[in-house]
Ligand binder design. Structure first.
Ligand code: ADP
Ligand code: MG
Length: 273
């Protein structure tokens, strides 16, 4: 296990943040009452930085990312605070504007890649479709771009695999496909919600390495959500520890490992082999 270098934080922290989340509070309606499940979450993600949100299951990590992307059902949820993407408050945008943000500026990958892939279409067609929806490009150009993306995420024999169906891909290869799709729009920010949790340990570290390499190549910022402090150590410059909807600790990852004080942080750390 190694701690991510802190140099990149120092380099990027002087620039304006890509993402500033301020006092993000999300409540769900239960009968007539609004119950907050995350409270006053505030953090920044600077250019080319990876920030981890770590916490046990149910602590509000996914609600945080879904609130940022405005993917919660409007009727049963209430999202308060500010989500500034390069200074623009996403919570104040119209749904049409928000759709553009999702198609271009911010991409998201999830734990189970199969649910986002259509089983009856070849992988290459699905990536091409995503490209053609969000960018005005021809079919021939889309195909070339798909091959470039598949090679970018290190899928061997991209030319052949292009025509294969999701079930012909292993879990790790499917997650590579999802990463390729996420990169298609060249986003400023990638939100990864437990992207390696469903994968075997060896595949897990390959995907983490891939995300780190791509981040450098693309100059992206990453918000990385996980329950696993071992993963945090691998990827994150800075870390936010969440517990039952609250931030209990935030700081440079190395500091959290050495000086993290909250009993819950210590408990998470004691689980790291
Ligand atoms: P994590 O991703 O950290 O495992 P979640 O963000 O998914 O946790 O969930 C945080 C809390 O919010 C949990 O108690 C969960 O049951 C609750 N929750 C999540 N989504 C909804 C929803 N749509 N309606 C009501 N409660 C929800
Ligand atoms: Mg979750």
């Amino acid at each position: 296990m190694h701690l991510a270098s802190l140099n990149s934080v120092q380099a990027s922290a002087s620039e304006a943040p890509v993402l500033s989340v301020r006092n993000l509070t999300t409540s769900f309606r239960v009968y007539d009452e609004w119950n907050p499940v995350i409270r006053d979450i505030s953090f920044d993600v600077h250019p080319r930085e990876t920030v981890a949100i770590v916490g046990e299951s149910g602590s509000g990590k996914s609600v945080t990312s879904l609130s940022i992307m405005r993917l919660l059902q409007a009727e049963s949820s209430r999202v308060e605070g500010k989500v500034l993407l390069e200074g623009r408050d996403l919570l104040a945008l119209s749904e049409a504007e928000m759709r553009k943000v999702r198609g271009k500026d911010v991409s998201m990958i999830f734990q189970e890649p199969m649910t986002s892939l259509n089983p009856i279409f070849p992988i290459g067609e699905q990536i091409a479709e995503a490209l053609m929806v969000h960018q005005k490009i021809s079919k021939a150009d889309a195909r070339a771009e798909v091959l470039r993306l598949l090679e970018k995420v290190r899928i061997p024999n991209a030319n052949r695999r292009f025509k294969e169906y999701p079930h012909q891909f292993s879990g790790g290869m499917r997650q590579r496909v999802m990463i390729a799709m996420a990169l298609a729009s060249r986003p400023k920010l990638l939100i990864a919600d437990e992207p390696t949790t469903a994968l075997d340990v060896t595949i897990q570290s390959q995907i983490l390495d891939l995300i780190k390499q791509l981040q450098e190549e693309e100059g992206m910022s990453v918000l990385f959500i996980t329950h696993d402090m071992g993963v945090v150590a691998e990827v994150a410059d800075r870390t936010i520890v969440m517990y039952r909807g609250d931030t209990v600790e935030t700081g440079a990852t190395a500091d959290i490992f050495v000086r993290g004080e909250h009993p819950y942080t210590r408990a998470l750390l004691s689980a790291v082999p």
